[in-house]
Write a protein that binds this ligand. Sequence first.
Ligand SMILES: O=C(O)CCC(=O)C(=O)O
Length: 268
Amino acid sequence: MTSPIDFPFVLSPAQIAQYGRDGFLRLSGVLDPYTLGHYGAEITRQTLALNTQTAALEERSTYDRAFLQVMNLWQSSGVVRRFVFGQRLAGIAAALMGVQSVRLYHDQSLYKEPSGGITPAHADQYYWPLASDQTITVWIPLQAVPAEMGPLAFYTGSHRTALGRDLPISDESEVQITAAMEAQGFALDDRPYALGDVSFHAGWTFHRAGANTSNRPRSVMTMIYMDAAMRLAEPVNHMQAADRDRWCPGATVGEVIDTPLNPVVFPA
Ligand SMILES: O=C(O)CCC(=O)C(=O)O
């Protein structure tokens, strides 16, 4: 029997069009509670085991208060590797981008602790030395995320504006991007996530998350997939240079990013 993480999820043409128009898509019932419980327990266990952040929340920067961030868990755990290489989520990403196949850029666990701070507004692709915008972040809550736990919130249609694309995640990005989004009329979609909901957002879609004011952790797994034909671009800031060295080691500017860290995930 096909595993739930490999079973195809059929998108309607309207959903694909909605992603293109809004720059993100929320889907319900993508993963069942048993599957989320099985993989989620290992993801959270690995996150806490590999975490190196030990400072108290009040001693950290705004960025570091937002979440514990542990990357490329697929390299540390066979169970997580199975999840990251699952065909269901990667297949949705391919369909939304309109590409035949997708590669992994990297995965990351984003664990917003109880009393963890806001995730300042930003666009992910600021950090990525990638030659096209055919990128997608899959955001998978491992439990429901009601408003008080900091659900990921998207500025609808904001992938079409360039204003703010030069800002890293910071207090400044939160102030400047939220003001720019309001001025340009990009509405914030900050609905909560039920268990099994998963969202997909494009690399240039601006988004943020509120603080976790609950007494429970908000454990989330993310995978960043890119068009399998993605080429490495010359980094335009020092964060992109660092990302190139860390996530695409050995890749050459102008060439397809075909390194051992960037395997084709879909189709298997
Ligand atoms: O989980 C969060 O609070 C932020 C996530 C995010 O910015 C992303 O996955 O692109």
